[in-house]
Every structure is written in C-alpha cells, then in structure tokens.
Design a protein around this ligand. Structure first.
Ligand code: NAD
Length: 264
C-alpha cells in the first residue's frame, strides 16, 4: 500500500474561470492542493486562480493543456504528481458549448464538440485512473455532464449528445474502476451564469431575436423551480460532497444540481 500522504491533491480541468474555478477554490478550502488546468489562451486566469489558492495556504500549480489531447493530459497528470504528490481526485470539468440548428452543424463542429467534451473526459478519466491504480489507494474521478445529458436543449444538440456520452462513460468507468476502489461520478448543472451561458444567451438571441440577457432570464424564470439562475458555487458545493468522504458509497451517478429543472 502507498505510504501515508501528507496532503491530498486534485486536478480540476478548465479551472481558470467559471464552474471549474469555483470547484478548485472549494477543494482548496477542503484541504486539497490543486493542479489548475486551462488552455494556453487562459493562462492569466489560471495563474490568478493559483494565487488565490496559495493565499488560502494551500499549494497550487497551473498546467496548460488541451484536454482533447491525450499526451498533454498524461503530462499534466505526471506534472501534478511530481510537483504536488499522489493524485486523489480528478475533476474533468473542461467543456465547450455551441449553439446551432442541427441541420447547420458541420462535421468540424461535431468533431470539435466531441474532441473536447467526450475525448477530453475520456482522456482525463483514463489518465487519472491509471495513476490511481498505480498508487493502490483508490481515488475519486468526477466529470462535468449537464441537465442536457437527460433532456437535450434544442439548438444545442451536439453539445447535448456529448453530455449524454459523459453520463455513459461515467457509468462504464464506475463499473470497471470499482475493484480499484475508485469511484466515478458526474455532476449535471442546469443554467449557470458563466461565460458559457453568456455565449449561449447571445447565440440563442441571434436565432430568436431576443435581446442580450433576455434568454437566460426567460429560461431561469420559466424553467427553474427555485426561481433563480445558478451560480458556480451551487455546483462546487455538490462537487465538494462528491469529492469528499461522505460520498464514498456513491458511484456511477450523474447528480443533477439545477434548482429543479429536470427530475431524475
Ligand atoms: P466556461 O466556458 O466558463 O469555462 C470552461 C473552462 O474550460 C474555460 O476556462 C475554458 O478555457 C476551459 N477549456 C475549454 N476547452 C478546454 C480544453 N480543450 N482543455 C482545457 N480547458 C478547456 O464554462 P463553465 O460554465 O464554467 O462550464 C464548466 C463545465 O460545466 C463544462 O463542461 C460545461 O459544459 C459544464 N456545464 C455548464 C453549465 C452552465 O450553465 N454554465 C451547465 C451544465 C454543464
């Protein structure tokens, strides 16, 4: 068995901003040292999240890597282990969205969506699982799904399909990793006010004629039982639970945290 670890570590992909940033800060508050990841164009955001974590008295590093590239993900895991210590949690959070009518989607649109949202999650799940198996002390793997993994949104069809795939991969990994004491779960946010929803709001508005900000307001008012748009902390609180000891008997689940839009 691996020797007793001084401090636990987590990698959070796409954590330069939005939900990933909130998860990174939450896990730092919970006592984890954090490997912050984002793409090179978001380096300054990633670096400022590192500083914020360090100001909480925890260790943090930023590793720029595109999750759709397996060798970059493998290097990220290795760097995290070398600099922070054994890997305990992988949060495959990074994702992209695109608003387009189904019949306007190009092959390239479809390919890029799946490269980031599905291959990206597969790369992170598998690289983390290999590392955790080597360490022989279990671990927790988490991924970002969405409510559209249960009921697609129109104009977000390939995004929705990619999130269904995350739910499927999560179930499959949970079954195969159980014997290594690795649990695998996903979180499914609803409508969270991040840069991603700024884009969705703007693009849906272009298709429907709605003014900027009106679509998210309309969807939030009409769809969310709790009556407000989600903030990243709504999600990171649930991820904190899924990453922590109280969820040790939970695996293969995609936990909806959407203020009551869909019911599973
Ligand atoms: P965001 O766009 O604000 O942040 C995503 C981060 O991921 C960005 O910093 C981006 O640079 C990074 N990223 C994108 N592609 C990457 C890649 N190939 N490699 C590494 N990093 C990459 O989005 P968010 O709203 O914070 O969403 C985070 C996750 O939650 C995504 O997977 C998203 O699909 C999911 N989600 C979001 C919502 C929502 O309402 N915002 C709802 C459901 C699910």
């Amino acid at each position: 068995m691996a020797s007793e670890q001084k401090s636990k570590t987590a990698i959070v992909t796409g954590s330069g901003r939005g939900i990933g940033k909130s998860i990174a800060l939450r896990l730092a508050d919970d006592g984890y040292d954090i490997c912050v990841n984002d793409v090179p164009s978001n380096q300054s955001d990633a670096d400022s999240v590192v500083k914020e974590i360090e100001s909480k008295g925890r260790k943090a590093i930023s590793v720029l890597a595109d999750v759709s590239n397996l060798s970059e993900v493998e290097k990220m895991v290795q760097t995290s282990v070398d600099k922070l210590g054994p890997l305990n949690i992988m949060v495959a959070n990074a994702g992209i969205a695109q608003v387009k009518p189904l019949l306007d989607l190009t092959e390239e649109d479809f390919r890029r969506m799946f490269e980031v949202n599905v291959y990206g999650v597969f790369n992170c799940y598998s690289a983390a699982a290999r590392q955790m198996i080597k360490q022989e002390s279990g671990g927790k793997i988490l991924g970002a799904a969405s409510i559209v993994a249960f009921k697609p949104f129109p104009m977000l069809s390939h995004y929705s399909a990619s999130k269904w795939a995350v739910r499927g991969l999560t179930q499959a990994f949970a079954m195969e990793m159980a014997r290594h004491k690795i649990t695998v779960n996903a979180y499914a946010p609803g409508i969270v006010g991040t840069a991603m929803w700024d884009l969705i709001d703007e693009k849906l508005g272009e298709l429907t004629g709605a003014k900027k900000g009106d679509t998210i307001k309309k969807y939030s008012g009409e769809l969310i039982a709790l009556g407000r748009t989600s903030v990243p902390e709504d999600v990171s609180k649930v991820v904190g639970f899924l990453a922590g000891p109280d969820s040790e008997y939970v695996t293969g689940q995609t936990i909806v945290v959407d203020g009551g839009i869909i019911f599973t």
